[in-house]
Design a protein around this ligand. Structure first.
Ligand SMILES: [Zn+2]
Ligand SMILES: [Zn+2]
Length: 404
């Protein structure tokens, strides 16, 4: 269990995570870390099995901890089909059918992968009531220690409560080799935190919403760490990969401490996730989460800057002002990283902003602008600025062979 005392009204925060191991060759320690379990069910997809799963399976087998393994076709999506498959294959009752046994469930689920596999296994763990952990293969999102999982159910993307990982094992020598789109996705997911924190502060002041300064500070530091590391990712610099991985894990931890994703998800996620959902509604495979959130972040920054220039609301103006230096840094970072865009069509772009306001029940600048009758005009106005300043090409142009 990870815990901390706090000055906020909650006084104390805790999560059931027992071990976070981020190191070179962390995989080799998996047998020791999971030594208290006897029937581990390992889930990977073809890609993650190749880069890490096979070795993990070997170690667990040698130590007598493995029940069995499921390798899903790649790329696995966090959808009802994957969850169903994992659920069906969780028990080994075809091999050892015991009519008297109450359950032949495994005693632990180990996900080998990043976003999709982690979310899929988390849901199955929660439903079966058994603990789970993850061997992360790419620093692509901040969900390793999160409390919720956004899952694809039919043509909808629904956020479900889920288990929190007991063990998070990040092998830097594996993560260093992760495909570059996944590294960029991790950066995209992280840079949005400044926006999320600003939204949270505005809601604290306007609505009296619960706010924890210590958690907000931790998220800010984790974000600073990722932003500083981001430039070294393309060269696969180990220090950069470590900083990004640790920052993403810490952000997830803060979500768990808080009991909601409030500290790590605001306007940028609501817009980015609406674009994801629009794809899902049309039966398309959604783009990488962090890539959508990256574009959502630049959109939110320009909404805030425009409001800052025009508003006479002094308290809100003062809050935005605190974040302007961070926004400037992100603008600079984007000129270097060129996180690709997925939405460049104006109508679709604006629809994401307008629908994003009600993506979930959370007060953000989108609601603030809406209440003043300005949201449509703002959404329309920032499109040109965002495309001109931040768009250096689309995801498809940059990574034509990417599969999901
Ligand atoms: Zn607190
Ligand atoms: Zn996210």
């Amino acid at each position: 269990m990870i815990e901390m005392d706090c000055a906020c009204v909650q006084r104390h925060h805790q999560i059931p995570t027992e071990v976070i191991e981020v190191s070179d060759h962390a995989i080799e320690k998996v047998g020791d870390i999971l030594k208290d379990y006897r029937r581990i069910f390992m889930v990977a997809d073809e890609n993650t099995y190749r880069v890490a799963g096979q070795r993990v399976e070997e170690i667990l087998q040698e130590k007598g901890l493995l029940s069995h393994t499921l390798v899903l076709p790649a790329p696995a999506l966090p959808n009802a089909e994957s969850i169903g498959k994992v659920l069906i294959e969780a028990g080994r009752d075809r091999a050892v059918y015991d009519i008297n046994a109450w359950s032949l469930n495994p005693d632990y689920i180990l996900a080998v992968g990043s976003g999709s596999l982690n979310d899929t296994c988390r849901m199955v763990s929660y439903r079966l009531g058994i603990p789970y952990g993850v061997v992360g293969t790419a620093p692509s999102m901040d969900g390793y220690a999160s409390v919720v999982a956004p899952l694809l159910n039919g043509r909808k993307k629904i956020v479900y409560n889920c288990s929190i990982a007991r063990h998070i094992i990040i092998d830097l020598s594996v993560n260093r080799e992760a495909p570059y789109p996944l590294l960029l996705s991790g950066v995209g997911d992280m840079i949005g935190k400044y926006v999320a924190l600003l939204d949270w502060e505005i809601s604290r002041d306007r609505n009296g919403e619960y706010y924890c300064g210590q958690i907000a500070d931790m998220v800010r530091k984790a974000t600073d760490q990722c932003v500083s590391a981001a430039a070294g990712l393309e060269d696969r610099d180990t220090a950069a990969i470590r900083a990004a991985s640790e920052g993403l894990i810490l952000s997830g931890e803060c979500i768990a401490f808080c009991g909601s994703s409030r500290p790590a998800s605001g306007t940028e996620h609501m817009i980015g996730q609406t674009w994801e959902v629009m794809d899902v509604e049309e039966g398309k495979v959604p783009n990488l989460h962090g890539i959508e959130v990256g574009e959502g972040t630049f959109t939110a920054i320009e909404l805030f800057r425009k409001l800052y220039r025009e508003t006479e609301d002094a308290p809100v103006k003062a809050l935005i002002e605190k974040y302007l230096p961070a926004f400037d840094r992100l603008e600079q970072l984007q000129r270097q990283l060129r996180i690709p865009f997925t939405v460049t069509d104006k109508q679709r772009y604006v629809e994401g902003i307008l629908r994003g306001r009600t993506f979930r029940d959370r007060y953000t600048i989108l609601q603030y602008l809406y209440d003043q009758g300005k949201l449509e005009a703002y959404a329309d106005a920032v499109y040109d600025t965002v495309m001109e300043k931040y768009c250096f090409g689309t995801f498809r142009e940059r990574f034509p062979d990417w599969e999901s």
